[in-house]
Design a protein around this ligand. Structure first.
Ligand code: NAG
Ligand code: NAG
Ligand code: NAG
Ligand code: NAG
Ligand code: NAG
Ligand code: NAG
Length: 736
């Protein structure tokens, strides 16, 4: 994955002017068919743009306005709200602060060449908004250039309108530091609109001395960030902390996916406190041949962590013993741990942790209340190192109680192999429903207030939204991410909060891009499988801890054309799924009888290998009806379906999305809020999606003189050159 990104970015030629192979191409081709013709036209346009770009760069390079440059005096005195290292070494540091309409960046990078920053919804340069800046080694002048990557190639060219404003730029022996500003929405089609969604921040550094030359970069990469996050500031009052972490747990080298759970006893507190935030503690020591691995790329395998509250019974002795154990491999943990069901902190890769809004806290140390917690860590050990791991969560708490007791609620699609995403799909949607019966039965009369939401899925998810339905009308989205990136998961504050009444419905919808996959993706906990979940922070606390849905087994298999399996009835299969998916306390099913030893094995496997969420069962189910699939395993059947046929996948998507849903309503003591139900997708009027809404633009851009934008020969006339000088001077004047 990383290699692929690196390869994609390695053709990040910054505003490079030279394109010999395109020239050859356009001359030697006879431009016979219309398709080629369009392509040739495009290339000609690109070439013109590149010449224009090189003309601007050339102008910058030939100016000698200053010989001595006291860089420090131009540094802004802004207070930076955010600061992120864009690479693992800390060679590229980005700071920024925004107002309602503009955003100011400071980029510090270990190079004396150019620095480049890009914004995009995809992880590559195509269609990206790019900005390149450098400090002239001879005279200390800083330069900035607004570029973009066209949609059809990886080669940045200068924008027609320059929307980036240089504030300061200087370099010392090792670093180049540039400060610049832009509008959030520049109203320029060649620029990216910086909004609430996750943005891919692309960056590249030129080799030392590459001031205007803009050859290939020496280093480049990308990382996802949300630029408009509110600043999360912990209270000024001192906080205490409780470190919930494993103690040198050995992760075997041959386990790519491991879920480890351990119970912890909370600190002994005389009175109720409030948890107000948490931060990850990542402490992983990869080992090879008995020795620590010290390579820089030996990243921690910690993928996500969830801390749950346990509803322990009277037997404190038992819980104390459990708290003394090293913990258990997820599926083999003691059954009593199933009561550790209410999440209180959910961390996933890419997050620095969270502080709760100032009006809420999660209770800790209540008299007679919860005092045991379970930490669950998902290790994604793709490097297959042996790892000595002491990771966990630092919980911040305070005796200064806040206005409301908050809790987290999990909602979405129940994690099971029946959550199927077909391969080769650009936009495939699935939904999980939290039923009105469930919220009606578990919430207080006046409803709850939703504060923030963490949207969670894995690598192929591109959009996640949390919908809110009251009666037959959808209300505005509670939360929505249109450029989801599983490497960056941070909860999203719901502006102004949201009143959610009992009897309202919650719908978590995920949209996946599976074009890179050849086989169907099944739901599950491994990073290669998929999920569709939201963790909702709300107050006041209720007993509700989890509210999910999945397609009923019969409807699921029928959707894929299967009428009957050779050994097990659909009902039996359903029972296996429900028991392995941690949905315990099932009412006994009348026809649940095990015919033979083989069937028994399924059941037992299901219970023991609960972590595979039914994947091995799908391999073992042999189709009996219809005849055309007879003797095939369901998995083989699934793998061989003609997924490239759009009508088929559309039909499947619609039937699973708008069809029947089996809903689960789990309370924090592991009992059911309402019994499992099978219901139709709710009938409601959708709200308009605001993706395409018009934005009003008031910002006046800095225009390059028209003679430049129209010029196709770039350096051709003196008029062009003097206009370029003007443009460049205009930019520099803003800068100083
Ligand atoms: C050069 O600038 C960088 C970034 O501002 C700074 O971290 C570093 O300490 C500076 N080095 C010297 C030798 O001043
Ligand atoms: C884990 O073991 C190492 C030595 O092997 C020790 O330095 C470290 O403190 C231990 N970590 C914890 C959390 O006990
Ligand atoms: C909600 O619960 C009340 C009783 O608590 C009941 O009268 C009402 O019909 C329920 N509504 C729904 C939509 O289930
Ligand atoms: C779209 O914007 C309008 C007006 O700002 C708002 O009322 C509506 O709820 C928004 N729709 C969604 C889906 O958020
Ligand atoms: C299915 O397998 C059984 C037993 O292995 C065999 O008798 C039967 O002919 C097979 N049916 C088909 C349609 O292949
Ligand atoms: C959904 O609701 C609308 C209006 O309330 C109604 O006209 C329509 O028939 C309903 N559809 C279904 C499938 O119930």
């Amino acid at each position: 994955m990383h290699l692929q990104i690196a390869l994609m970015l390695s053709i990040f030629l910054l505003c490079d002017a030279k394109l010999p192979r395109f020239k050859q191409h356009t001359i030697s081709n006879g431009l016979t068919n219309p398709k080629q013709n369009t392509q040739a036209m495009r290339l000609l346009q690109v070439e013109a743009k590149n010449e224009k770009t090189s003309a601007i760069v050339g102008e910058y390079k030939t100016r000698h306005r200053r010989d001595v440059f006291d860089s420090k005096s131009y540094e802004s005195s802004l207070t930076w709200a955010h600061s992120e290292r864009l690479d693992d070494n800390g060679d590229v540091l980005l700071r920024w602060v925004n107002s309602d309409s503009s955003i100011t960046f400071r980029l510090e990078a270990r190079t004396r060449g150019y620095v480049a920053l890009g914004f995009n919804s995809a992880r590559n340069v195509r269609g990206a908004d790019l900005v390149v800046a450098w400090v002239d080694d001879r005279n200390g002048n800083a330069q900035i250039l607004d570029c973009h990557g066209p949609d059809y190639q990886d080669l940045p060219v200068a924008d027609d309108v320059q929307n980036y404003e240089l504030i300061s730029g200087y370099q010392n022996d090792t670093h180049t530091t540039i400060e610049f500003r832009r509008q959030l929405d520049t109203c320029d089609k060649q620029d990216f609109v910086i909004g609430e969604d996750t943005t891919q921040i692309l960056w590249a550094l030129g080799p030392d001395g590459s001031d205007g030359d803009l050859p290939k970069q020496v280093k480049s990469s990308n990382r996802p960030l949300r630029l408009l996050l509110p600043v999360s500031k912990p209270d000024s009052i001192p906080l205490r902390h409780w470190d919930v972490r494993f103690n040198n747990l050995t992760i075997p080298h041959d386990m790519a996916t491991l879920f480890w759970c351990k119970v912890f006893k909370a600190p002994d507190l005389a009175k109720k406190h409030h948890i107000v935030g948490y931060q990850p503690i990542i402490d992983s020591r990869p080992i090879r041949d008995g020795k620590p691995v010290v390579e820089k790329d030996s990243l921690s395998p910690v993928h996500h962590m969830v801390l749950y509250e346990c509803a322990e019974d009277e037997d404190k002795h038992l819980w104390n013993n459990w708290a003394d154990t090293e913990g258990y491999y997820g599926p083999t943990r003691p059954s009593g741990w199933a009561t550790c069901a209410r999440p209180i902190a959910a961390w996933a890769i890419g997050s620095k942790g969270e502080f709760l809004p100032e009006n809420v806290g999660i209770p800790l140390g209540e008299k007679g209340g919860v005092s045991y917690y379970m930490l669950e860590i998902h290790y994604d050990n793709q490097a297959l190192h042996e790892v000595l791991d002491s990771s966990g969560i630092r919980v911040h708490y305070t005796p200064a109680l806040r206005a409301h007791d908050a809790a987290l609620l999990g909602a979405g699609v129940g994690v099971s192999a029946l959550h199927v995403i077909p391969p080769k799909q650009r936009r495939y949607r699935t939904v999980g429903i939290c039923s009105p019966e469930c919220t009606n039965n578990t919430m207080p009369e006046e409803g709850i207030n939703i504060v923030s939401v963490l949207l969670h899925a894995h690598g192929t998810a591109r959009k996640i939204s949390l919908k809110h339905v009251r009666g037959t009308q959808e209300l505005p989205r509670i939360s929505q991410e249109n450029s989801y990136d599983a490497r960056y998961q941070q909860s999203r504050i719901v502006p102004g909060g949201r009143k959610f009444l009992r009897g309202d419905t919650l719908i978590t919808e995920c949209t996946y891009d599976s074009t890179s996959r050849d086989k169907p993706i099944l739901g599950g906990y491994s990073a290669q499988q998929e999920m569709c979940l939201s963790f909702i922070l709300y107050y006041p606390r209720t007993e509700l801890a989890g509210c999910y849905s999945m397609t009923p087994v019969k409807e699921f298999f029928e959707t894929f054309g299967v009428k009957e399996f050779s050994k097990l009835s659909f009902m039996q299969v359903e029972n296996i799924f429900l028991s392995s998916g941690n949905f315990e306390n099932l009412p006994p099913q009348p026809d649940f009888t095990m015919k033979n030893e083989r069937d028994r094995r399924y059941i037992e496997d299901g219970a023991v290998q609960g972590d595979d969420q039914g994947v091995s069962l799908l391999k073992d189910l042999i189709i009996w009806e219809p005849l055309e699939f007879r003797n095939k395993s369901f998995m083989a059947h699934l793998n061989e379906m003609p997924w490239a046929e759009h009508l088929l996948t559309e039909q499947i998507e619609k039937s699973l999305y708008k069809g029947m849903h089996m809903t689960f309503c789990k309370k924090r003591d592991d009992s059911w809020g309402v019994p499992i139900q099978i219901q139709n997708y709710p009938n409601f009027t959708e709200v308009m999606d605001n993706d395409t809404s018009e934005k009003s633009c008031h910002y006046k851009s800095v225009n390059l003189p028209s003679s430049v934008t129209k010029s196709t020969t770039g350096l051709g006339s003196t008029k062009t050159i003097s206009s370029l000088l003007l443009a460049a001077c205009a930019i520099i004047m803003i800068a100083r």
